[in-house]
Design a protein around this ligand. Structure first.
Ligand SMILES: [Fe+2]
Ligand SMILES: [Fe+2]
Length: 390
């Protein structure tokens, strides 16, 4: 209904009074808040490795950890007004550790992950368990778990960090603790002493030893590692992921993602942390996926191969180690352009958080531009989805 002149005058007349009392007529903000579909602020963006890597060296070569706390560059999505986030809900950065580095133990509310790109011998100790990384290995430090990092190898290492910091910030739940104490076993005094690094209290890669054989879990000893709603396995070795991707490469796969596998909690099948989904996907030579969009935002890191991802009409050409972001609700598809060679992508999304909150929605674009619902929603029609071959 059209607002009458009398009502308009009435609302104009109260505007100053409302402002003074920190109130606003809903009609003024309705355009932002009641929109038919998401309008992501983040934009599709790709960071080329050969542009990123030299800056990491230029910023930190010869700089000690004691001086700068971390040798880390955070990725800023150009659509987010300078905020240090790769997507609205996802923080991403790269870190470099030199041989002998030790980054002190701490814990925080945000769930964190490392995915090693260069070098070998980088480690993260989680809950007393030292996890040592090679290229493509993933280590998670779920929220609230004590962790420290370092490099036992003889060359610098570089890894990609992905955290859910924007979500913890949104909910006013950011907390970090730097004071870590262990009971002084040596002096027998029982006094807690402050430590820079955790004492190793479990065998190397212990949680992988316990839970790393798919479908087989121990029925003795520790039933889990760490506390809280997360995977009891902290380390996911690339060799296991690569073996699975290779074994499944003859399958039809996902129409939108090719051979897509997710890292899961081996006890429940759930995502490894409550907020984030970690995945690897293989695109076979010449493979072109179909176009879809979802409310979840996604970060990608190219582990192998070359190709491009088309996001809302923008073509992101990628090669090894490049990193890119597909904002939520952007139409996208992936293409492997390298003849005779697989492309392998490491992907992190905020889908688990959205699913828990009931926000997750996904659509496919059919030939001719028609749209089909993929994730359940009031318009969801499984028959229409099936007839579209989805
Ligand atoms: Fe941390
Ligand atoms: Fe997708």
């Amino acid at each position: 209904m059209e607002i009458s002149a009398a009502t308009r005058a009435r609302l104009d007349g109260v505007k100053d009074g409302l402002d003074r009392n920190n109130l606003v007529d809903f009609a003024i903000v309705q355009q932002e808040l009641e929109i038919p579909e998401p309008r992501p602020q983040a934009v599709p963006h790709l960071w080329r490795w050969d542009a990123v890597k030299p800056w990491l060296a230029q910023a930190y070569e010869g700089v000690s950890l004691e001086e700068v706390h971390r040798r880390t560059l955070a990725f800023r999505n150009p659509g987010l007004g300078g905020r240090p986030f790769a997507a609205t809900s996802l923080f991403m950065s790269i870190s470099m550790y030199f041989p002998g580095d030790e980054a002190g133990v701490h814990r925080h509310m945000a769930s964190a992950s490392r995915f090693l790109l260069e070098g070998a011998g980088g480690f993260t100790t989680v809950g007393g368990e030292k996890c040592v990384l090679e290229r493509g290995d993933l280590v998670i430090t779920p929220n609230g778990q004590w962790h420290d990092h370092g490099n036992d190898g003889d060359e610098p290492i570089v890894w990609v960090n992905v955290l859910d910091i924007p979500m913890t910030e949104f909910f006013n739940a950011v907390m970090t603790e730097w004071d870590y104490y262990e009971t002084d076993a040596a002096s027998n005094s029982g006094e807690p002493i402050k430590k820079k690094m955790q004492t190793i209290s479990a065998p190397r890669d212990y949680s992988r030893l316990l839970f790393g054989s798919g479908g087989i879990v121990p029925r003795f000893g520790p039933e889990r590692r760490g506390e809280g709603a997360h995977s009891p396995m902290f380390l996911y070795k690339w060799e296991d992921t690569a073996t699975t991707l290779r074994a499944l490469r003859g399958e039809a796969g996902s129409p939108f993602d090719g051979i897509l596998v997710e890292y899961t909690d081996p006890l429940t099948g759930a995502s490894v942390v409550p907020t984030l989904s970690f995945n690897a996907q293989l695109l076979r030579p010449g493979e072109e996926t179909r176009t879809h969009r979802h409310t979840a935002s996604a970060i990608y890191c190219v582990l192998e191969g070359e190709g491009y991802t088309e996001v809302d009409g923008k073509r992101l050409d990628w090669a090894e180690n490049d990193l890119f972001v597909v904002p939520g609700w952007s139409w996208h598809r992936h293409v492997n352009t390298r003849p005779g060679k697989d492309a392998v992508l490491y992907t992190v999304t905020d889908r688990p958080a959205q699913e828990k909150l009931g926000y997750y929605r996904e659509q496919a674009k059919l030939a001719g531009g028609e749209i089909a619902e993929v994730a359940p929603w009031p318009n969801f029609d499984p028959e229409r989805r099936a007839s579209a071959g989805l």
